[in-house]
Design a protein around this ligand. Structure first.
Ligand code: GLA
Ligand code: ZN
Length: 673
């Protein structure tokens, strides 16, 4: 269970450092301040392409050499970025093909960042070349701990290069135009294609309207897959370029949690380690943040990941950028660690003076010295992490419950015209996640290709798309004793978004022992109700009208013409059970229902805590670390269920004793397994 993901033996602490924006005198001062804050790791060179390559044939590494030597001399580890997240202006002028085209057909000019066409041969050539040159030059730096390819890959492009590449991608996937016509169901609205060159990208000039909505789901779905693959290919080219010189240095790129355009489950298979940037908005709940961490851990197969960026205080891009309250930065840092992070890193170390990020939080503020609240908090956390040493890195979370999450399913659900535009896949999944989170039940977020066998409860909210073999895999899970839960709008289509005819929920019908005949979409605010386990709950969003075909009804609708029809069903199959939740319900229902199910499956809470205090465990074969995280602004007490040593205060605490957690306070209890 112990997994060392990189060459660091403590929780790495630091973040994005942009000395290229400052003079050398400032660099020396930065080093002093880093020491004060116990910073040990810096991410360098994130946006320096224009500085490193002033023209087509010239490369200038002298300033980066100085920076690399400076940080090495000062004992800092380096996460070295390849700088390809923004191309140089001269390149855009000379090769306009590297500029992206928007969904409405507008060709972009130079500006911003993350602005390169992923299918531009020029971009691909020069980005991979730069990555290779960096690796060749800095391969012998023993403080080089990871590669950071580009930066927050994303977006999409609708240029002619992309259109040609899309046709090639389709040809490779479908081989014949007949197969393409079949999977896109082009008999609808006379869309039959006779030649690959008749195919155009689905955007506002063709199939799309009103932002992201589409008239041909199959085409748009394939474009999404293609776009994710295209950008992944750019990453892969750089990956290979650096691996050629530094085969043992792990490679990552900073991801963004639930980022819809890129299929991160596919991406992570190409990454040596997963890293991500945690920027919750002001309204996000602790459960929402934890959900993203668990997704990021899940795509990496459960291994520890890196928290590559978070703000020490404020962001600059929200409508209003509230300060993180005293203690919250520390709390959220430990929350990341509790969910599997082996680093706590920030954007950024020193606040820049120009352009749009000058009011983004940084460890070193414009005032320039260490006497700020933010610096003090950062230095305090730095000291704690230094004292923790090698506790926690490499340990895993152990979960017996899993939520299935799938990008193709996400895209397909939200492209769907009907039954309800209010249906958002992530929100539905989050309802189930939040219910487990509230009860301190560890959960993995896994993909349809992952192994289900270690879990006792598997929840697949809105499993609209059932890819080949998935139904059998779920059946095997249930037959072997697993408890499976799925919901409304599940089992409708195959991997091409073509409906599985013969009755909903298609390939899941037999397993669930039901037939869904119709589904009623309720407008926002409208409700039906049902009684389950002695309590009345809401039914919202969609209400399926279903018939039992072997399953038993656990609850029925109270109102409307389908009053009395089942809303919650259970089917016993083999040694397991398959549940169907035919509507969206309320938080109390999810909590009670999943609590009961996990209880029956013998899944225990990490600890019993007051509302607002999160408990999560990381462990290896010998030790476990129980994190207690007080997300409230008042003091809370937890009664310990076992003896342990509280690592942050260095005290032994006996079973049955009370542990007081100050507002936003944290405790880490080390215990033998
Ligand atoms: C992202 C980027 C950083 C910076 C921060 C600001 O995460 O990766 O370069 O722009 O946002 O929040
Ligand atoms: Zn393009």
């Amino acid at each position: 269970m112990y997994e060392k993901i990189w060459n660091q033996n403590k929780i790495a602490y630091g973040g994005d450092y942009n000395p290229e924006q400052w003079d050398e005198e400032t660099w020396e001062e930065d080093m002093r301040l880093f020491r004060l804050a116990h910073i040990d790791t810096v991410t360098l060179n994130v946006f320096s392409w224009a500085a490193l390559q002033p023209d087509e044939d010239t490369y200038r590494f002298e300033r980066l050499d100085k920076i690399m030597n400076l940080v090495r001399r000062n004992g800092l580890n380096v996460v070295l970025a390849t700088s390809t997240g923004a191309h140089p202006a001269w390149m855009a002028r000379r090769y306009p093909e590297i500029l992206r085209t928007e969904a409405d057909g507008r060709k972009r000019k130079f500006g911003g960042r993350h602005n390169s066409c992923p299918n531009s041969p020029v971009y691909r050539k020069y980005s991979a070349r730069l990555a290779g040159k960096l690796a060749e030059r800095y391969r012998d730096y023993d403080n080089l701990v990871a590669w950071h390819i580009s930066n927050e890959y994303g977006g999409e492009c609708y240029c002619e290069n992309c259109e040609r590449a899309f046709r090639r991608w389709l040809r490779e996937k479908y081989r014949t135009i007949e197969e393409l016509n079949r999977v896109w169901d082009t008999a609808f609205w006379g869309h039959t294609f006779y030649d690959w060159d008749e195919i155009v990208l689905p955007n506002l000039l063709s199939e799309h309207f009103d932002g992201e909505r589409t008239m041909f789901q199959g085409i748009s779905l394939d474009y999404r897959r293609f776009n994710s693959d295209s950008i992944l290919e750019c990453y892969r080219l750089e990956y290979e370029a650096v691996k050629k010189y530094t085969p043992d240095i792990p490679v990552t790129t900073n991801l963004m949690g639930f980022y819809k355009p890129l299929d991160y489950q596919k991406w992570a298979k190409n990454m040596d380690l997963v890293s991500w940037d945690n920027y919750p908005s002001n309204q996000d709940t602790p459960a929402q943040i934890a959900f993203s961490h668990d997704l990021m851990r899940g795509i990496g197969g459960g291994k520890p990941f890196l928290l590559m960026e978070q703000t020490p205080s404020v962001t600059n891009w929200l409508p209003y950028n509230a300060l993180k309250r005293p203690g919250v930065m520390r709390l959220w840092s430990y929350q990341a660690v509790a969910h599997g992070a082996d680093s706590v890193m920030f954007f950024q170390m020193r606040r820049s003076i120009g352009a749009c990020e000058k009011y983004h939080g940084a460890i070193i503020d414009h005032v320039g010295h260490e006497h700020t609240r933010v610096f003090r908090e950062a230095a305090g956390l730095g000291a704690e992490l230094a004292a923790l040493g090698d506790e926690t890195p490499g340990t895993r979370k152990a979960a017996k419950a899993a939520i299935l999450f799938d990008w193709d399913n996400w895209w397909a659900i939200e492209y769907s015209a009907g039954p309800s535009r209010l249906l958002k896949y992530k929100d539905e999944a989050e309802n189930y996640y939040a219910a487990l989170f509230a009860q301190n039940i560890a959960v993995d977020i896994i993909g349809v290709e992952d192994d289900f066998t270690g879990y006792r409860v598997l929840i697949a909210p809105v499993l609209y798309m059932v890819k080949p073999g998935l139904d059998e895999k779920i059946r095997a899970f249930v037959e072997a004793g697993g408890r499976f839960v799925t919901t409304f709008f599940s089992g409708y289509v195959d991997e091409h978004d073509l409906v599985t005819v013969g009755g909903y929920p298609g390939k899941l019908r037999e397993l669930l022992g039901i037939w869904v005949e119709e589904s009623d979409a309720l407008p926002e605010g409208q409700k039906n109700h049902f009684i389950w386990n002695g309590r009345r709950h809401k039914a919202m969003l969609l209400c399926d009208l279903l018939h039992l075909e072997g399953a038993e009804a656990l609850a029925s609708y109270e109102e409307d013409f389908y009053a009395g029809m089942p809303v919650l069903t259970k089917n016993v199959v083999g040694r397991g059970e398959a549940y169907y939740v035919a509507t969206r319900s309320d938080a109390d229902f999810y909590r009670e229902f999943l609590g009961k199910l996990c209880g029956e499956a013998g899944i225990c809470a990490a600890a019993h805590t007051p509302e607002g205090v999160e408990a999560a465990v990381r462990q290896n074969a010998e030790q476990e670390y129980l994190f207690l995280l007080n997300h409230t602004s008042t003091e809370q007490t937890v009664i310990l269920e076992r003896d342990g040593i509280e690592l942050l205060r260095g005290e032994a605490i006996k079973k049955g004793n009370q542990l007081a957690l100050p507002p936003y306070g944290v405790a880490i209890l080390k215990r033998d397994v």
